[in-house]
Design a protein around this ligand. Structure first.
Ligand SMILES: Cc1cc2nc3c(=O)[nH]c(=O)nc-3n(C[C@H](O)[C@H](O)[C@H](O)COP(=O)(O)OP(=O)(O)OC[C@H]3O[C@@H](n4cnc5c(N)ncnc54)[C@H](O)[C@@H]3O)c2cc1C
Length: 224
């Protein structure tokens, strides 16, 4: 684990309250898909963890929700281009298993970040195995990275995704919670399960997987 400066080089609004932030490190850093950086925020002296959404080893993309009244997320999302934040990296055990087992990924909101890195890593490695991503958000205004999901789907026919909206009916989406997907029939093709999102979603999903006979060792999760 190292402690080093991350310089902000790009900042984009993905939705009204979700930002894509790209930081650059001076030296390349080795991380595994699913790991996170612990930022030491200089102004309020807070420590906050953010999953790595993607990296080539030196450019680190994060997907961060600016929470109303959230001190840490507001400080990170207010960082200006060129400013540096010290980060501790790599951290975390929510890592992708590099094997050919078909995988189901379930994420809500910015819980997509580590899953996106894991999905990209699977695709980039050339492993040909079915991968499904179930993306849960409240309304269509919360959707982000849709062009990216469609690009991956086009390039890798083994990948597919479904968007679950909990508070809106809309074309090409399912009305409901991501856990509604977890029927025995839908689970049957998959052998590993990666969950990331709120503690309530992760708890519910784990209980449903267990009730369907999925072994605990096949379920990996991160919650925030
Ligand atoms: C391993 C790990 C990886 C993480 N990766 C990401 C990531 O990739 N992107 C990301 O956006 N966040 C991520 N988080 C969450 C992040 O670390 C902070 O907890 C989050 O940004 C809130 O911090 P804050 O200081 O803004 O809010 P705080 O000041 O700590 O909390 C303010 C209020 O917001 C509520 N709150 C806290 N978190 C949330 C939430 N997620 N949704 C709604 N309300 C909340 C609190 O209950 C409190 O009432 C991760 C957390 C962990 C542990």
């Amino acid at each position: 684990m190292q402690q080093l400066p991350f310089k902000l080089i790009q900042k984009n609004n993905l939705t009204a309250d979700v930002y894509e932030l790209v930081f650059k490190t001076q030296e390349p850093v080795q991380v595994e898909p699913g790991q996170y950086v612990l930022f030491l925020l200089p102004k309020l002296k807070l420590r906050r963890a953010y999953s790595i959404g993607y990296t080539n080893g030196q450019n680190f993309t994060f997907i961060i929700k600016q929470i109303e009244g959230g001190a840490g997320s507001t400080e990170v999302c207010s960082t200006e281009i060129g400013e540096e934040i010290i980060g501790m990296v790599p951290l975390g055990h929510f890592v992708l298993k590099a094997n050919t087992t078909p995988k189901l990924f379930i994420g809500t909101g910015t819980g997509f970040a580590p899953l996106y890195f894991q999905i990209r890593a699977m695709m980039d490695s050339g492993i040909e195995t079915p991968i499904m991503y179930i993306f849960g958000i409240r309304t269509t205004s919360d959707i982000f990275y849709i062009d990216e999901l469609n690009r991956i789907k086009k390039e890798y026919p083994m990948f597919d995704y479904q968007i679950f909206l909990s508070q809106e009916d809309s074309e090409n989406t399912v009305r409901g919670r991501v856990t509604d997907f977890l029927t025995e029939e839908n689970l049957a093709p998959y052998g590993e399960f990666y969950l990331c999102g709120s503690p309530a979603m992760v708890k519910d999903a784990r209980e449903r997987l267990e009730a369907s006979g999925v072994e605990k060792e096949k379920v990996f999760f991160e919650q925030y």
